[in-house]
Design a protein around this ligand. Structure first.
Ligand code: UDP
Ligand code: MG
Length: 191
């Protein structure tokens, strides 16, 4: 299995690039944000539990997202690999992911971070909010809080993978195609 963590702040383009990588490399896209939003949509007990946190731009507790990942990994044992998008968001989550994978003699091959300037992030998220129906994409204060939470709690996760020699940064101020070409180069180089 070939497993990638696609990393970067909210609005950096992870979802867009993940879909393109899935197509090219036949991987399974695991976006904890998408899974949690689906739970909110069908108003499940889990959806109800996380709704207020997500609408404020705060993190859902580690145990909840780790359990979601555990279920998805065990339901996809034949996968060629996974793209983790929006997870791990804390060092604790990164350690749990390593433990879960190593129990199956698997690991993360690469963490690829999409870099976008903060002003550009905010305008891309507000643009997405016009159509996404996401409350957390429409309010500048909530968007700023999401970026703050990212800088404080999530950005340190890159160090965790840097220490393992698995990290690379990709500039995503340019076009979708150019960024995808850079991501592809990293993946192809690795294999
Ligand atoms: N969220 C979380 N943990 C996750 C995934 C999502 O806490 O593993 C919550 C958090 O409140 C976040 C929101 O869901 O602000 C949206 O996450 P998503 O990854 O979809 O947003 P993105 O960063 O891609 O814009
Ligand atoms: Mg996303």
């Amino acid at each position: 299995m070939f497993n990638i963590v696609l990393f970067g702040p909210p609005g950096a383009g992870k979802g867009t690039q993940a879909l393109k990588l899935v197509e090219m490399y036949n991987l399974i896209h695991l976006s904890t944000g998408d899974i949690l939003r689906a739970e909110m949509k069908r108003n499940s007990p889990l959806g109800q539990k996380v709704k207020s946190l997500i609408e404020k731009g705060e993190l859902v507790p580690d145990e909840i997202v780790i359990e979601l990942i555990r279920e998805n990994l065990s339901n996809n044992k034949d996968a060629a690999g996974f793209i983790f998008d929006g997870f791990p968001r804390t060092i604790e989550q990164a350690k749990s992911l390593d433990e879960m994978l190593s129990r199956e003699s698997l690991d993360i091959a690469l963490m690829l971070t999409l870099e976008v300037e903060e002003e550009e992030l905010i305008s891309r998220i507000l643009l997405r909010g016009q159509n996404s129906g996401r409350a957390d994409d429409s309010n500048p204060d909530i968007i700023k809080n999401r970026i703050k939470v990212y800088n404080e709690q999530t950005a340190p996760v890159a160090e965790y993978y840097k220490k393992q020699g698995k990290h690379a940064s990709i500039d995503n101020m340019g076009t979708i195609e150019n960024t995808f070409d850079q991501l592809k180069a990293h993946v192809d180089n690795w294999q």
